[in-house]
Design a protein around this ligand. Structure first.
Ligand SMILES: Cc1cc2nc3c(=O)[nH]c(=O)nc-3n(C[C@H](O)[C@H](O)[C@H](O)COP(=O)(O)OP(=O)(O)OC[C@H]3O[C@@H](n4cnc5c(N)ncnc54)[C@H](O)[C@@H]3O)c2cc1C
Ligand code: SF4
Length: 569
């Protein structure tokens, strides 16, 4: 027999990380810094920080279609068309036509298949979850209880926040625990008035949005080449200053500086290879996106960070004699309890006065109104709560940053700020429900022969009752501030997926009979596989989730290395 031992060695690493997005970047950083040789496998094409941000410096008039997306591009990027993709950023959103999925019930699956994943296009709102978030399931008898509590995450929140760099202000609120902050962004004059009125009349606090932008870079930020935010709000095209947190600007450079990082692009991880005897994973099988070549890579420990749906799909696709229904799926929970946040519902108003108040630049952040429903003495006829993001700005006053136009009219417009307007968008918690799920199609495949994902999930009666309060409470606050022409909206096309925070589908839990992952995001029944993206979430909170994914990833990586050293993996 002629074994190519050298080839096998070149394909063997201490750890494999699948995906280079927000959580994959963190896994790569933590594992390399702890001494492991790490291979990151990224299904998408390579983007190089700074040099590949081709549209970052373009002004609206420099775009062929003045920033608008063409009908052809809209057809290709249908999932992200709802609010995100523009002419200058469409390439950072996955082409759905090329990467199709099936909607048994409507679901928008918004993705970024390239280096950095969605860390290049996220909104950067960055909040800790609160104590109740980790206890609500147990109290209400829903889903399963979290196997961890807020206190388990506190040191990890602090650890990742420092590296990420979050602008915000400490407020001492139980409902929205404080992070480690860089200086907050400033409120506009009508926002300050709004905050004061709502506090006085409705006793609700309003805070400046906490966003992962460097307002005062620290030495560990500049060490990886990051600089201060310039307030240009062109972030979805990529930031040449590295001013917002992305894996391209922050975690991957940190991992690279250890000289223990290898990244392979265009590598679609198809499945995990199981060592049946050892009941452990040996490695992964990968399809080259361009050549269709199938290769294998091996490691002692695997981190799945392919995004919620991506990671769970890999587990589902990894069938063996031991796991006929997908790796780690003894509980039949793979794909179930798919959660998201409510979006596309809220209130708007016109603001009279404040004509002499201006602001400089395009602030890439907004206000945040923390949850107040079903909190303290408030009791509603639905479960959980919601918060709002939003703010006041002058219509047509982005200093050429976003509004289209050219010539003399455009120049004139830039000298004449329009009236103030305010908008509030609710972000509400969706409950875990085993019938909200996705599965792999038994007969429809993509062009790489991989089964397409079928989404089968919808809002519940609880969710719909919450959406009514989101509208009415938003209007109530705008009226409390004396703003005019207050209107509410609930987009009739709103459905799951549009909240862009897909969570669940391989939940954490204490019992292997009812959950897929244990308290360290480790597959209960296949100990050297860790899943640290949104798949593990047991409930959804109502605040943005990515900070919690990062904290869980750093915690799991630390645990995995300790277990490796103790020869337990
Ligand atoms: C427009 C938008 C705005 C958002 N705003 C916020 C916000 O303000 N705050 C917040 O907390 N969250 C926000 N989010 C959500 C946030 O982007 C995600 O929670 C976060 O990126 C998830 O990190 P991840 O590592 O799980 O996935 P990603 O960052 O998406 O990375 C997954 C990576 O895995 C790769 N991959 C997938 N499948 C495979 C495979 N089979 N093989 C190899 N590689 C694979 C992908 O190409 C990708 O690079 C927003 C999302 C969007 C789309
Ligand atoms: S607003 Fe700040 S983070 Fe966004 S692109 Fe400009 S400099 Fe970068």
């Amino acid at each position: 027999m002629n074994l190519n031992i050298n080839a096998q060695k070149a394909q063997t690493f201490d750890a494999i990380v699948v995906g280079s997005g927000i959580t994959g970047g963190w896994a790569a950083k933590e594992l390399t810094e702890k001494g492991l040789n790490v291979l990151v496998l990224e299904r998408g094409y390579e983007i190089k920080h700074v040099e590949d941000y081709k549209t970052a410096m373009q002004d609206p008039w420099e775009f062929e279609h003045r920033g608008k997306i063409t009908a052809v591009s809209a057809e290709e990027h249908y999932a992200s068309m709802f609010f995100s993709a523009k002419e200058g950023s469409q390439f950072n959103f996955t082409n759905d036509k090329e990467h199709p999925y099936i909607q048994k019930r409507p679901f928008n699956w918004i993705r970024g298949y390239h280096t950095g994943g969605k860390s290049l296009i996220w909104g950067k709102h960055t909040y800790r979850w609160n104590r109740e978030d980790f206890m609500a399931n147990a109290k209400e008898g829903l889903g399963v209880d979290w196997p961890i509590r807020y206190e388990d995450l506190v040191p990890w929140y602090t650890y990742v926040e420092k590296f990420v760099g979050i602008s915000g202000q400490a407020e001492g609120l139980d409902v929205l625990p404080d992070s480690t902050f860089l200086p907050p962004m400033a409120m506009t004059a009508p926002e300050r008035h709004f905050k004061k009125s709502v506090a006085q009349k409705l006793n609700r606090p309003i805070v400046m949005g906490r966003v992962a932008h460097l307002t005062k870079p620290q030495p560990w930020h500049t060490a990886v080449g990051r600089a201060s935010c310039q307030f240009r709000n062109r972030c979805t095209r990529g930031c040449p200053f590295g001013a917002y947190f992305s894996s391209l600007a922050a975690t991957l450079p940190a991992a690279r500086s250890t000289n223990r990082l290898t990244i392979i692009h265009n590598a679609i991880v198809k499945e995990i290879i199981l060592d049946d005897h050892a009941q452990k994973a040996k490695g992964v099988r990968v399809i080259d996106q361009n050549t269709m070549e199938v290769r294998e890579f091996y490691a002692k420990v695997l981190f799945l960070n392919a995004g919620t749906i991506g990671s769970t799909s890999i587990l589902m696709n990894s069938k063996s004699a031991r796991f006929p229904n997908g790796l780690g799926n003894d509980s039949d929970q793979l794909g179930r309890n798919l959660m998201d946040h409510h979006l596309a519902v809220g209130a708007r108003a016109d603001i009279e006065g404040f004509e002499d108040d201006h602001y400089f630049g395009a602030r890439p952040g907004s206000l945040y109104i923390p949850r107040f429903r079903n909190w303290g003495n408030d009791k509603r006829d639905y479960l959980r709560g919601f918060g709002y993001q939003g703010g006041a700005s002058r219509a047509d006053w982005a200093r050429g940053g976003t509004e289209p136009g050219f010539g003399a009219d455009f120049k004139k417009k830039m000298t004449q700020p329009g009236p103030w307007k305010m908008s509030l968008t609710g972000f509400g918690e969706v409950l875990p429900d085993p019938n909200n799920r996705f599965y792999l199609s038994p007969d429809k495949t993509d062009k790489w022969g991989q089964p397409q994902v079928v989404f089968d999930a919808d809002f519940s009666a609880n969710d719909r009752a919450m959406r009514k309060d989101i509208m009415n409470d938003g209007a109530e606050m705008l009226e409390a501030a004396g703003f005019k022409n207050v209107t509410t909206y609930d987009n009739p096309a709103a459905h799951m997926g549009l909240g862009i925070h897909e969570m669940g589908t391989a939940r954490m839990g204490k019992d292997p009979k009812t959950s897929v992952l244990n308290k360290y995001n480790q597959v209960h029944t296949c100990k050297n596989v860790f899943v640290t993206d949104g798949s593990g979430m047991t409930s959804a909170s109502n605040v943005n989730p990515s900070l919690t994914y990062m904290a869980l990833t750093a915690r799991a990586a630390s645990y995995a290395v300790a277990q490796l050293k103790a020869k337990n993996l």
